[in-house]
Design a protein around this ligand. Structure first.
Ligand SMILES: *Cc1c(COP(=O)(O)O)cnc(C)c1O
Length: 641
């Protein structure tokens, strides 16, 4: 009865929007249309143009590229940089702050050349700079940045080569600031600047006593591995004074961690840093820059809370709180307002990337049917399971649940001791799962669901096999249980009738996703549609632009996915493909782990020739086999239809 009623009820794209929470986490960039397709709308506002993601998928496929594809929407990156600067400008105006804001993008968050190039291009108008944490990142920055009014902040441990490069950048007119992370770096910076006769721009990274809660709490606070404590900070000032270089000390930096979900932690950090800034000015340092690091969070689950996968503040609130706190502390002490720098990585880049993948197959959890009669000589406990199955109802379901588990476990022991047959164990296990399916249905009708039933939905969920690798494309989903919103890109005006978890195509039992975004806590299964014969079913994972590409690895030798960068035209429904990057071929990934594809081919050829010699195959068959091997080497590492 219930199922009939449900299917008869009308389901619209609006219902899907609500179910998947797209307007909670989409930041205005993603929505659904009346045709039940997911749409991307790169600029916020009412009449902003939008494009159906299904059309994008089809456009990519028509051009001959296969799923999975990492899609980058350039205009979203543009929009995020714009929003950051306009929010800070608004806050500066509103509070009467006397300094300016300049952002830098921390390269480590997404080092891809195309991405850094776009950030530099879109950021030019706002003098948005870069942050480098290593020599390689500094070289990438110096080779990309043109705007001398943008800042180039160098964090990380610096050797002579790193220091020299940063000094040369200053000589070329860049605002390249070397941030001292360890007191021991300072003598070398002084020595090299004397040797090259270039005046350095020096910053210092401090350890705040403020600690933020959340995943990256250890990045800040007294226990953080980076930065100077107060005693070292004074030591540094004294050394610079002795060398008559206090005028080179220009910037104070701190970073209390990524994804700071509570605005109170942000405020506390800024307040402490502002006080230290005042102290440094009072010590006679020239200063001029206050760099608040990263930490601006992304609302992955859309709950607008201080849950670690969310944030309890808006961008505007962040900017006002930061500017207000700095202004108040400095004005109070008669110190000039500095240029504020933030190093927002995650918040800048997350939204613009979407992982698109197709579903290859589904395993349903459906126990096979139970015979009407069971053997006379079956064990008592097997018979007991059958009785439970027959008598189960809403009132006794908790008792039945406990009994079923007890009998199942006892029967397993009996089997191990050779007391029941394999066939009987099969029957008992099957009956057990029938009971669980029934219980799960009844549980749904309870007003209050006891904790012990919580895992049941998950245990009975369908498994949808997605054509991607968690380890390559969503490594944080595995490593730190990061949530990424996932939903179908089409069929959104149909009711999703299955509950699923998603497995990838690595043969690793960790290669799955079974935590999904929800306004309240997290959900263990994702509602999805039934697969249709001869029709692809596409899902998308959102907010994957930060950290995932670089952290991804070659588990099971599944390589980089295809990458397609689009920009959405002002004309409704149209988009252009800016760039395509073909993903790794099998030969590519093999060479990463030091194989020589040509040598593999030669060696395999010898196997084939030996088979010809031994008359196992004909010469013509050898040709076919060799072609298959060569095609395999050239092919995509993911499943191709
Ligand atoms: C990682 C890092 C960032 C970026 O942090 P987000 O939270 O991604 O904005 C900024 N600054 C430093 C020093 C970092 O290590």
């Amino acid at each position: 009865m219930n199922i009939r009623k449900e299917t008869l009820e009308h389901w619209t794209a609006e219902d899907s929007a609500e179910l998947y929470g797209i307007r909670n986490w989409g930041n205005g960039y993603f929505d659904v249309n009346e045709q039940g397709e997911l749409v991307v709308s790169p600029y916020q506002g009412n009449n902003a143009p939008s494009v159906s993601l299904l059309n994008v998928v089809n456009g990519i496929k028509d051009r001959g590229m296969n799923m999975p594809v990492l899609l980058r929407v350039s205009n979203i990156l543009d929009s995020q940089i714009r929003l950051l600067h306009s929010s800070f400008r608004k806050a500066i105006k509103q509070t009467g702050y006397k300094g300016v804001y300049k952002g830098v993008f921390p390269i480590k968050v997404n080092q891809q050349q195309q991405v850094i190039e776009e950030i530099v291009r879109f950021g030019k108008e706002f003098h948005h700079g870069l942050e480098a944490g290593s020599k390689a990142e500094l070289i990438a920055a110096l080779g990309t940045l043109r705007d001398r009014d943008a800042c180039l902040v160098c964090n990380g441990y610096k050797d002579e080569e790193f220091i020299d490069l940063a000094l040369y950048a200053c000589k070329l007119g860049f605002q390249c600031i070397m941030v001292v992370e360890m007191i021991g770096e300072l003598p070398l910076i002084i020595e090299r600047s004397r040797a090259l006769n270039i005046k350095p721009l020096i910053g210092l990274r401090m350890k705040l006593s403020t600690r933020a809660s959340g995943q990256w709490a250890e990045s800040g606070g007294d226990r953080s591995v980076f930065g100077l404590n107060t005693a070292e900070l004074i030591e540094m000032v004294d050394l610079l004074r002795k060398e008559e270089m206090l005028d080179c000390l220009r910037l104070l930096h701190y970073h209390i961690g990524s994804q700071i979900s509570n605005i109170r932690d942000i405020r506390a950090g800024v307040l402490e840093a502002s006080r230290v800034y005042v102290g440094l000015v009072q010590e006679g340092a020239t200063m001029g820059f206050l760099d608040l690091g990263g930490g601006l969070a992304v609302d992955y689950d859309g709950s607008h809370t201080n849950y670690h996968q969310s944030r309890n503040y808006t961008l505007d609130e962040y900017c006002v709180d930061v500017i207000d706190t700095v202004a108040e502390t400095l004005t109070e002490n008669g110190v000039a307002h500095p240029t504020i720098i933030t190093e927002s990585g995650r918040a800048t880049i997350s939204y613009c990337s979407v992982l698109l993948f197709n579903i290859l197959d589904v395993t349903r959890f459906e126990p096979s049917s139970i015979p009407d009669t069971i053997p006379e000589d079956a064990h008592e406990m097997t018979k007991d399971l059958m009785v439970i199955l027959k008598n189960l109802n809403q009132k006794n379901l908790q008792e039945c649940f406990h009994d079923a588990i007890y009998y199942r476990d006892e029967l397993r022991i009996l089997f191990k001791n050779g007391r029941i047959s394999l066939r009987e164990r099969g029957l008992a296990e099957n009956a057990f799962w029938h009971i669980m399916v029934l219980i799960n249905k009844l549980v749904k009708k309870l007003k209050y669901v006891p904790d012990e039933f919580e895992g049941l939905d998950n245990a009975l969920a369908d498994i949808y096999y997605g054509n991607f690798s968690v380890f390559q494309s969503l490594p944080d989903a595995w490593a730190i249980k990061q949530l990424f919103p996932i939903m179908p890109v089409h069929r959104l005006n149909e009711r999703p009738v299955r509950n699923a978890i998603i497995s990838d195509i690595t043969c690793d039992c960790d290669g799955k996703i079974e935590q999904f975004v929800d306004l309240h806590d997290e959900r263990r299964t994702l509602p999805l549609h039934e697969l249709r014969e001869n029709e692809e079913y596409y899902l998308a994972a959102f907010l994957v632009g930060a950290y995932q590409e670089t952290l991804g690895d070659l588990h099971n030798l599944l390589g980089d996915t295809n990458v397609v960068s689009i920009s959405i035209s002002p004309e409704e429904g149209r988009f252009e493909i800016n760039r395509e990057l073909e993903g790794d071929s099998v030969a590519d990934v093999l060479s990463y782990v030091e194989y020589n594809p040509q040598a593999l081919l030669d060696s395999f050829k010898q196997n084939a020739e030996r088979a010809v010699r031994e008359k196992m195959i004909t010469a013509a068959e050898r040709k076919g086999i060799m072609t298959a091997f060569e095609d395999g080497l050239r092919g995509y590492t993911y499943f191709e239809r």
